[in-house]
Design a protein around this ligand. Structure first.
Ligand code: MN
Length: 294
């Protein structure tokens, strides 16, 4: 088995540097997972923390998973939900939603976590937006591993979270030692590490923060070794049904769809309703493929 190890690049989200592990050149999706941002640990410079002002999404689900700190989510459905470590905020954009994330790192408390996107299949991507908060998620023990199934079904632990495709996201908390878990051979998988190092036994690859290790498909077992305490995420799923077109906060299939969403955002269309946020909505950039934005 060959592992494809790629380096994350540093991106800026609301003035906060994040390590973006996905998408990568040549690797746009792992199952339906299409975006992985590792943020922090970071302490905000002001007492208000870092605020991601209201912005739109289409065609994707956001999966927010914190290791440290707290954040407040607000969206155009009227949701106001704070999130703490061990809890899941899952927002489904469908045809269109607007949300803000406030107070990341508020009161000087460090924030550390990950935000992921899941591409929605054709079946649901033009449908209604939705939001759910899961305050408790199932855990399992496997040798040196304490796993938490955030989304999907893994090692007998089934997450109650909505999923529109066959995919799985598992938090990996590893103590020094070895863990063996079963995989679904038809799924492709990847590992991202936030802290420490996780060795994929048999492949002789140590995965460390700032990298994505793509494991491919056809595996029925995963053997993980850690010399020290380590923390990461296992992502997997059936290879996504189609190629996606992703730009700014939108996931679609064509440039036309992205262009239309951008126009709808700029024109104040009722496709995108502002949440009850104290912050003003953000402006969108111009699409890079059209020289004269409409
Ligand atoms: Mn967002």
């Amino acid at each position: 088995m060959v592992i494809e190890l790629t380096e994350s690049h540093v991106a800026d989200v609301a003035g906060m540097p994040v390590r973006r592990a996905l998408p990568r050149a040549g690797r746009r999706t792992v199952g339906a997972w299409c975006f992985v941002d590792h943020m922090g640990p970071l302490t905000a410079a002001t007492d208000d923390g870092i605020n991601a002002a209201p912005h739109p999404h289409i065609g994707l689900q956001t999966v927010t998973w914190l290791f440290q700190g707290e954040a407040l989510h607000r969206d155009s459905l009227g949701t106001e939900q704070s999130i703490r470590p061990g809890q899941l905020n899952l927002m489904t954009a469908g045809r269109g939603i607007v949300h803000s994330e406030e107070g990341l790192g508020r009161n000087g408390a460090p924030v550390h976590g990950v935000q992921l996107w899941v591409a929605q299949p054709d079946r649901t991507r033009h449908g209604d937006s939705a939001f759910e908060h899961q305050s408790e998620l199932p855990q399992f023990e496997a040798g040196a591993l304490t796993g938490t199934t955030i989304v999907g079904d893994f090692a007998g632990a089934v997450s109650p979270a909505r999923r529109d495709t066959d995919h799985v996201g598992v938090d990996l908390a590893i103590r020094p030692g070895r863990a063996v878990v079963e995989l679904e051979p038809t799924f492709e998988y990847a590992i991202v590490v936030f802290d420490g190092a996780i060795d994929v036994a048999g492949d002789d690859v140590a995965v460390t923060p700032g990298h994505l290790a793509y494991l491919g498909s056809g595996r029925d077992e995963l053997v993980l070794d850690a010399a020290t305490t380590a923390h990461g995420l296992l992502l997997g799923g059936t290879p996504f049904e189609s190629k996606i077109s992703m730009w700014w906060n939108f996931v679609a299939r064509t440039h036309d769809e992205l262009e239309t969403a951008n126009r709808d955002w700029r024109s104040g269309s009722d496709r995108f309703v502002d949440p009850a946020s104290p912050f003003a909505r953000i402006a969108s950039p111009n699409t890079p493929w059209s020289s004269s934005p409409k």
